[in-house]
Write a protein that binds this ligand. Structure first.
Ligand SMILES: [Zn+2]
Ligand SMILES: [Zn+2]
Length: 315
């Protein structure tokens, strides 16, 4: 079987990967395609110290269980269902969890990925494979309204014009917030302007009015500092970026301005699927390229280019 594995800090193609074992309660999913995420680039750079098959954004066909033969997507946190956090409905924080393609669990850049049946969601026919591949990052963006009360006219800044910044900006726009995206790439910012979202080059950020909410999606360690500098006293900063390097920044402004800092990770798959059915997100230009899995190297190189959004690996 084919698989793209991260080993000793290097991505390698294995054409002869063994059949995965399927524990009780899990389902083998035949992967149709998978998306490359900023987190994958960070994992290759050493984030989490992960080794194994990469890939956590996927759509595939369930081979057993109650969804057998159907197109499915899968939540990435595989939890114990037995600890206090699981019992209290906070399974995403289960201390015993594995995370598909990120923590002690082989991912979806492979012919098959093994997923707990409870993590699976059926993909309605009206949703394309490309859209289904985006359910995981869309769910992550939809985590923001679960954590922060958004309201019409709320002044929001999104730091970062990449994949996740795009989905977070669209989430805020849908809540009728007044959104400005701050980015480094004039070309990428044009995509936002076409959607009716205001933009600002990072170099001109002093011109932005202090915001009530700033979301860091920069994908680099400097984004948090920028987000903190753009929020007004008593405002909120949502942290979406996970990077391998440590932050070095002045924390006093958080105290002085009484800023709330909210870490934000995985979100609701059911709401993400519903938002796709309702065409809430504009995704026409979202896929920048598709590569057969054997050409993962070219796909990863493309994912690092300035103007790239989502890159897809086809199985
Ligand atoms: Zn991701
Ligand atoms: Zn648990």
């Amino acid at each position: 079987l084919r698989a793209v594995k991260l080993q000793n800090g290097k991505l390698e193609f294995d054409a002869d990967s063994p059949e995965p074992t399927v524990p009780v309660g899990s389902v083998r999913v035949r992967v149709l395609q998978a998306g490359i995420c900023e987190t994958d680039l960070q994992l290759v750079a050493g984030y989490m110290g992960f080794e194994g098959v990469l890939g956590h954004e996927f759509v595939g066909i369930a081979e057993s269980g109650r969804f057998v033969g159907q197109r499915v997507v899968g939540e990435i946190n595989c939890v114990c269902n037995d600890c206090d956090r699981c019992r209290n409905g906070h399974g995403n924080h289960c201390p015993n969890r594995t995370v598909i393609g990120i923590l002690n669990h082989d991912g979806a850049f492979a012919d098959y990925v093994v997923v707990p049946e409870a993590n699976l969601h059926v993909v309605p026919d009206a949703i394309s494979d490309d859209e289904a591949t985006l359910v995981e990052p869309i769910a992550a963006a939809l985590r923001i309204p679960e954590q922060v009360d958004l309201y019409p006219g709320m002044r929001c800044v999104v730091v970062g014009d990449g994949r996740l910044g795009n989905l977070c900006a669209q989430t805020l726009l849908h809540a009728k917030c007044e959104v400005t995206v701050v980015g480094k790439h004039a070309d990428k910012l044009k995509t936002f302007q076409r959607m009716g979202i205001q933009t600002c080059l990072l170099a001109d950020k002093e011109a932005i009015l202090p915001a009530q909410l700033a979301v860091d999606c920069a994908g680099s360690s400097s984004g948090l500092q920028t987000a903190i500098s753009l929020v007004q006293p008593l405002g909120t900063v949502v942290m979406k970026t996970t990077v391998v390097e440590e932050h070095s920044l002045a924390l006093a402004p958080i105290v002085i301005d009484e800023i709330q800092v909210v870490g934000s990770r995985c979100g609701p798959f059911d709401k993400a699927i519903q938002s796709l059915l309702e065409r809430q997100f504009q995704l026409n230009d979202f896929v920048s390229g598709r590569y057969p899995i054997e050409q993962f190297g070219a796909a990863f190189a493309h994912a690092k280019e300035k103007n790239a959004l989502k890159l897809i690996l086809k199985l």
